[in-house]
Design a protein around this ligand. Structure first.
Ligand SMILES: Cc1cc2nc3c(=O)[nH]c(=O)nc-3n(C[C@H](O)[C@H](O)[C@H](O)COP(=O)(O)OP(=O)(O)OC[C@H]3O[C@@H](n4cnc5c(N)ncnc54)[C@H](O)[C@@H]3O)c2cc1C
Length: 501
């Protein structure tokens, strides 16, 4: 099939999703004659949160050919080796665990982790907190950079923390220098043609923006996808109770660790994200379980940020996804497309996957229904798989206090697949095989599922323990500790802010 002519893409929205999508599609099609225009209303502004990423953001910068030394300093960015979950379990020894991004050294230690988890599921008293088995956890604890010395070619995967406003500004400048057109105007009309495609975007200054593909990155407003095209929305709120966040920046971190912290609170959890110039703090909570005032008070107490001059910002969140991310000639990306909740910092990860997979599908089949449907199924599958993993955090919490945590632990509205995954864990089945069967998209690895279950100390109840021991021998922890220690020596201090320090 001959390749379709590179399109003119018009992106509505200049938040992180808008600029990431614009940069990626321009990189893909710009040199072949494709055009990208971004229109944004400066008066509306961006949501300005979303400061943690997965390794997918590194892959994006590598694809764009932007070096860390060129963007990290400009965006107050730091490295992120994973997420530390604290206070989600009251079980002694499981009060806190680290969910790492994987790396090559883990290929050696992960089998030992899985073996010990299998034994712990059978009531053997063995080490099974992820922290001791994954190099990233050790490096984060020691405040080390993910870049090893030259004689140690085993770098772990990593993501970043960054200032969302500065990231958008950086990509805008980068894109403008490479030919992405920028229009500062409010979009007030989205006329459709007779086939139901978007014909153009009409701006409040009288401009009309024509294009072949329109990307809706207008945030929770979803102006094109839902507003003009009527794409249907599927809410996740029966499974994910959090619908608000309060945000409160704090001073630059003193004791720097390249990790996001997720600490359980009375009606949700709070994040702590180390940037070079400040600490990003926020409390994601359920308005059914706590008022805005009490959430702010709890966040201030937890962070010590009691000075009322430091103003808190409140955000409403809508959790769910569009049934189809690609409708007619419109792709939705970012908050307009869907939002799970920020616990695993996956939103920009999905934006990058969406733009990449859309470009693949468009190159293969243009606007043909076959490729569009396949793309929509893949993206929906990715959302639902990530949602299940996040729901599992709440369902498996091991806290005894308060209606919020009790209701989460008793939630029976789980998807069939998540129920099957939990059954597999509690009945000693092979989690790797269950993950492949239940979640072919592999949004989370078998190791990640083990981290979640074992990290909370969530094991089969006593009466369901299988008495006959498996053949596996427990890991030799002293040898593993020694190996990890030897590895960490090869990684310098992360300082604060990566390559500039
Ligand atoms: C509490 C919270 C924490 C989060 N944490 C993370 C995280 O750690 N990691 C992560 O990956 N994601 C996180 N996210 C999600 C992340 O913030 C978003 O995915 C990301 O910022 C992208 O937002 P966006 O670009 O879709 O929308 P926005 O930032 O809201 O941008 C919308 C854009 O549309 C423009 N616009 C709107 N209407 C019009 C109009 N009529 N005309 C012209 N322009 C218009 C606006 O001007 C703006 O430029 C978090 C979200 C929340 C709520």
């Amino acid at each position: 099939m001959s390749e379709p002519t590179p399109p003119h893409v018009v992106v509505l929205g200049g938040g992180s999703a808008g600029w990431i999508t614009a940069s990626l599609l321009h990189r893909r099609w710009g040199e072949r004659g494709g055009r990208v225009t971004v229109v944004e209303d400066p008066a509306t502004g961006i949501i300005g949160v979303g400061e943690g990423s997965t390794p997918q953001l590194k892959a994006l910068f590598d694809y764009l050919g932007i070096a860390e030394r060129d963007w990290m300093v400009r965006c107050d960015a730091t490295y992120k080796l994973g997420i530390r979950f604290t206070g989600w379990s009251e079980r002694p020894g499981f009060e806190s665990y680290f969910h790492p991004f994987p790396g090559p050294v883990d290929l050696h230690s992960e089998p030992a982790f899985l073996r010990n988890c299998a034994l712990a599921r059978r009531a053997f008293d063995v080490a099974c907190l992820p922290d001791r088995f994954f190099l990233s956890a050790r490096l984060a604890e020691l405040g080390r950079s993910p870049h090893p010395s030259e004689n140690f070619p085993f770098a772990p995967s990593y993501g970043y923390h960054f200032d969302a406003y500065k990231l958008g500004a950086f990509l805008k400048e980068w894109g403008a220098a490479r030919g992405i057109e920028h229009v500062a105007a409010k979009v007030t009309g989205v006329p459709l043609d007779q086939d139901g495609n978007v014909a153009a975007l009409l701006c409040d200054d009288g401009r009309r923006l024509d294009g072949d593909i329109f990307v809706d990155c207008s945030g929770f407003r979803a102006i094109i996808a839902e507003g003009a095209l009527g794409a249907r929305y599927r809410s996740f709120d029966d499974n994910l109770f959090n619908d608000r966040a309060v945000v409160l920046p704090g001073p630059r971190p003193q004791d720097f660790r390249p990790q996001t912290e997720s600490v359980a609170m009375s009606a949700g959890w709070r994040w702590s994200i180390p940037l070079t110039g400040r600490t990003g703090n926020g409390y994601v909570y359920s308005s059914r379980h706590i008022s805005d005032e009490d959430a702010e008070r709890e966040l201030r107490e937890a962070t010590g940020l009691r000075d009322p001059a430091a103003e808190a910002r409140f955000l409403k969140m809508r959790v769910g996804r569009l049934e189809t991310s690609w409708t007619a000639n419109c792709l939705a990306a970012g908050l307009s497309q869907g939002f799970i909740e920020p616990l695993e910092a996956t939103a920009l990860h999905i934006v990058i996957a969406t733009a990449t997979e859309f470009a693949d599908a468009y190159e293969e089949g243009g606007f043909s229904a076959k490729y569009r449907d396949r793309f929509n199924d893949q993206i929906a599958e990715r959302y639902d798989a990530i949602r299940d993993y996040i729901v599992a955090h709440y369902r498996l919490n091991q806290r005894s206090d308060g209606s919020y945590w009790r209701e989460n632990a008793e939630n029976s509205k789980l998807s069939d697949r998540l129920k099957a995954m939990m059954t597999a864990w509690f009945t000693h089945k092979d989690i790797g095989a269950a993950n492949v069967e239940l979640y072919p998209v592999q949004a989370y690895s078998s190791a990640s599922w083990h981290c979640l279950f074992a990290g909370y100390g969530s094991f089969p109840p006593q009466e369901k323990f299988v008495t006959c021991p498996p053949q596996a021998q427990p890991a030799e922890m002293s040898r593993l500790d020694a190996m990890m220690k030897a590895c960490t020596i090869n990684f310098p201090s992360a300082g604060i802010g990566g390559p500039a320090d």
